[in-house]
Design a protein around this ligand. Sequence first.
Ligand code: SF4
Ligand code: SF4
Length: 70
Amino acid sequence: MPSKIALVDFEKCDPEQCDQGICLAAKACKRKLLIQEAPGEIPMVNPALCRACADCVRACPRQAIKIVQM
Ligand code: SF4
Ligand code: SF4
């Protein structure tokens, strides 16, 4: 397991405030490890593979993703 991963803050995340329900942070993850099942859904990180690169953190307009120590 990596020591750091991205974590979505469910309180801050609001897909409807993003690109017509599309998660901008999920689009920014080049490895496709931040998955949004459908528009309007809160995205989920694959914790086993996330590299904590923070591309998703920078892409989220609501500061809803943090890099956390496991
Ligand atoms: S994580 Fe950020 S970019 Fe993605 S749906 Fe939530 S608020 Fe929008
Ligand atoms: S930290 Fe990097 S690898 Fe992990 S979900 Fe975000 S963009 Fe993807």
